[in-house]
Design a protein around this ligand. Structure first.
Ligand code: A3P
Length: 271
């Protein structure tokens, strides 16, 4: 896709009670019938909550040793396909997942919990959910919608802010998303719920928790190495992780990796 060929920005519409845009619903029936495998790992988030960061960590955990070229030649969004995305006739995330030859398969989704294909639950797949505080999540989403030409037009900050509070965002309300995923832990034990802020504060500790959930046991040294390779500055300059290879994002407006800090004082004071 050349920049000039991009269609007009999409409009939100109601889809089973959640605001969505066509590129995440066009392939609904196909991805609802997705066949998961027991060792698939699903990384679920509300958009802009740290999806890429956790995807990157998992990809290194599983493939750094065995598939070195992978990290330098394949963009993160191909290593960890986005299940529900689809541009009819061009590509679909579901096909990308089906075509993966590595295992475990790492799969990204932003779906609210009630939209997750049932096969993930039936296969008892490991699922990692990442939540980020509402304020930083919203600010990050605003800048993302400014630069990503396949997202709805964010408009002015004040109207975007109101729309966020009303839950009229792609993938619906932030509150419903983080909350309903949280509740799912009661009935589904293979769900690891983690926070972006904890990852900022103590990356090593969060990686250790992730590993224990995944049944991996890296040495302290390996955790240390991994933790430094996934710091913001490293990922920001990594072309295979910073989304600079996508045609529909305008980095002159805002980069994909914008700040990655704790902007919220309340969170900082918590510690
Ligand atoms: P900001 O826009 O606040 O900078 P997602 O991957 O879900 O789209 O989330 C993107 C957000 O995660 C961006 O937030 C990005 O900078 C942040 N991020 C990505 N990698 C990071 C890292 N290694 N350290 C800290 N923040 C990171």
């Amino acid at each position: 896709l050349e920049k000039m060929d991009l269609p007009p920005r999409p409009e939100l519409f109601d889809f089973h009670g959640v605001s969505m845009i066509p590129c995440f619903t066009d392939n609904w029936e196909n991805y609802q019938n997705f066949q998961a495998r027991p060792d698939d790992i699903l990384i679920a988030t509300y958009p802009k909550a740290g999806t890429t960061w956790v995807s990157y960590i998992l990809d290194l955990l599983y493939f750094r040793e065995s598939l070195e070229d992978r990290q330098t030649t394949i963009p993160i969004y191909e290593r960890v396909p986005f299940l529900e995305i689809c541009v009819p006739g061009l590509f679909s995330g579901k096909d990308q997942v089906d075509n993966l030859t590595t295992s475990p398969r790492l799969i990204k989704t932003h779906l609210p919990v009630q939209f997750v294909p049932k096969s993930f639950w039936e296969q008892n797949c490991r699922i990692i959910y990442v939540a980020r505080n509402a304020k930083d999540n919203m600010v990050s989403f605003f800048h993302f919608d400014r630069m990503n030409k396949v997202e709805p037009d964010p408009g002015e900050w004040s109207s975007f802010f109101q729309r966020f509070l009303d839950g009229k965002m792609v993938f619906g309300s932030w509150y419903d998303h983080v909350n309903n995923w949280w509740k799912k832990k009661e009935s589904y034990s293979n769900l690891h719920y983690m926070f972006f802020e904890d990852l900022v504060e103590n990356t090593g500790k969060e990686i250790e928790k992730l590993c224990s959930f995944l049944g991996l046991s890296p040495s302290a040294e390996e955790v240390e190495t991994l933790s430094s390779s996934v710091q913001f500055d490293n990922m920001k300059k990594d072309k295979m992780a910073n989304f600079s290879t996508t045609p529909f994002m305008d980095f002159k407006i805002s980069p994909f990796m914008r700040k990655g800090l704790l902007n919220n004082r309340l969170i900082q004071e918590k510690t």
